[in-house]
Design a protein around this ligand. Structure first.
Ligand code: F6P
Length: 319
């Protein structure tokens, strides 16, 4: 394979730039020409293609966001959009493609593979909602950002003896809430995977106050309810003052952590190694600390499972 393309798609994630760098440099190592597609599939449909050189990816390993920019592209779901995307690839002689994004982006990658363009997916999303890989790119940094904010909230909540309700991202997957809850010492997490009982939450708060606690942290995944709504419901049932905080898009930005940079380097390199062997229709990931690759269709059809043992751990150690 002599000419490959690369795009980032869906919600951005810290580490995408480091992955772009790894793909470009690995491609050049194998003697390939690498082309960047700006604005994800929207850019592929609209022919926003730029050549990527060795130095186009200098000084980006530490940057959040994605230099190629990204988009959520509904047109890629239509046959017309897919045909335009294929035309662009053909026009530029791009023989293989690397797609960095989440499950929606992988469906686009699968479609292109079906049309005969070898495509490799790199899991780039803060949500950690893909079952086939233990971690997705950006998750670690996003959780660390949440921790930083929750630490600060704890200071003021303790001073005022308040209950803090913190909303983190995750529409269908509670992993950001689960990990940031455990690592910040939050007493309660509320996730889409588990039905919650507000009266039980009130009891936990009362028990913790009776045992000498001065504040409480509750982490709520956005898919369940907004922090504002949750705090409103809780305030009706408790004498303690409740304050909502929505972390929002702050958790999608920032310099990637060591873990995310390491994933980016290995995922990017593995993706290009596969294309260099003319292998397509695969996604890369990490399982049991080993870099793996898997059939795209198989990977996207796996249902994400929630780690109930970790949830119980939180319940046992945070009170
Ligand atoms: O898919 C990543 C994600 O950050 C989700 O956690 C969140 O629900 C969504 O993107 C927000 O999307 P947008 O930036 O388009 O509002």
């Amino acid at each position: 394979m002599k000419r490959i393309g690369l795009l980032t798609s869906g919600g951005d994630a810290p580490g995408m730039n480091a992955a772009i760098r790894a793909v470009v440099r690995s491609g050049i190592y194998f003697g390939m020409e690498v082309y960047g597609v700006e604005r994800g599939y929207a850019g592929l449909i609209e022919d926003n293609i730029i050549p990527m050189e060795m130095r186009s990816v200098s000084n980006i390993v530490q940057c959040g966001g994605t230099r190629l920019r990204t988009a959520r592209c509904l047109e890629m779901l239509t046959v017309e959009g897919q045909k335009k995307a294929l035309d662009t690839l053909e026009k530029h002689g791009i023989e293989g493609l690397v797609v960095i994004g989440g499950d929606g982006s992988f469906r686009g990658a699968e479609t292109l593979s079906k049309y005969g363009v070898p495509t490799i997916g790199i899991p780039g999303t803060i949500d950690n909602d893909l079952e086939y890989t233990d971690y997705t790119l950006g998750f670690d940094t996003a959780v660390n950002t949440c921790l930083d904010i929750i630490n600060k909230l704890r200071d003021t909540m303790t001073s005022h003896e308040r209950v803090s309700v913190v909303e983190v991202m995750g529409r269908h997957c509670g992993d950001i809430a689960l990990y940031s809850g455990i690592a910040s010492g939050a007493e309660i997490i509320v996730v889409p995977e588990i039905t919650f009982d507000i009266h039980e939450i009130v009891s936990r708060i009362n028990r913790s106050r009776a045992s000498g606690k001065h504040s409480n942290i509750i982490v709520v995944a956005e898919g369940v309810m907004s922090a504002e709504k949750f705090a409103g419901q809780l305030q009706e049932l408790t004498e303690y003052s409740v304050r909502p905080t929505c972390i929002g898009h702050v958790q999608r930005g920032g310099s990637p952590s060591m873990s995310d940079r390491m994933l980016a380097a290995q995922f990017g390199n593995k993706a290009v190694r596969l294309l260099n062997e003319n292998v397509g229709n695969r996604v890369v990931g990490i399982r049991d600390n080993k870099i793996i690759d898997m059939d795209i269709i198989e990977a996207v059809s796996m249902k994400k499972t929630f780690n109930y043992e970790l949830y119980e751990t939180l319940q046992m150690i945070s009170m």
